[in-house]
Design a protein. Structure first.
Length: 169
């Protein structure tokens, strides 16, 4: 999945359009008068029989029971940030969306800003951020130990204070 090349890929909570301009379709919800995505997927705009424009979001591939393996690159949503680690849910692996949310965590020692420079959990990550991480190991209770060490890893999309999403290009 290449988030940088496709502007039609949306993440949960991303603003899609205004209710005054569109009808919300599949996998969307209304927040005030804004239509937002409820899933990670591709934004599709169609017209119905009444010539009204419908905005929907669809999975790129159907959800699967595929479980990530050590070394896999995964897309995650940050659930909680603490002093020692980041808790997150794994949304997809190998372009396949997970059917059930898989739990993951990133230890402080596995967060780097630059080569060898440790990052501060509270500066690098916020609740709701979408991140790209590498699976280091599978821990107890099927939780995945992850890392963001690497130039292609880290935050790929984040919410600003107004609730809009900033994608990392």
């Amino acid at each position: 999945m290449n988030f940088e090349d496709d502007d039609d890929i949306v993440i949960p909570g991303e603003f899609l359009g205004l209710q005054a301009e569109y009808i919300n379709g599949n996998n969307t919800y209304l927040l005030k008068d804004e239509i937002r995505s409820s899933i990670l997927g591709q934004k599709i705009i169609n017209k119905n029989n009444d010539k009204k424009t419908i905005i929907s979001v669809y999975n790129l591939k159907p959800p699967s029971l595929y479980l990530p393996k050590i070394g896999d690159i995964v897309i995650c949503k940050v659930q909680r940030v603490s002093f020692h680690m980041i808790y997150c849910y794994i949304l997809s692996s190998h372009n396949i969306f997970t059917k059930n949310a898989l739990k993951g965590f990133i230890l402080k020692s596995d967060i780097h800003i630059n080569e060898g420079e440790l990052g501060d959990n509270f500066i690098c990550f916020k609740q709701g951020d979408i991140i790209k991480a590498k699976v280091l190991s599978i821990g107890q209770y099927s939780s995945y130990k992850l890392s963001t060490v690497g130039s292609e890893l880290g935050v790929i999309a984040a919410f600003n204070q107004k609730g809009n999403i900033k994608k990392n290009k």
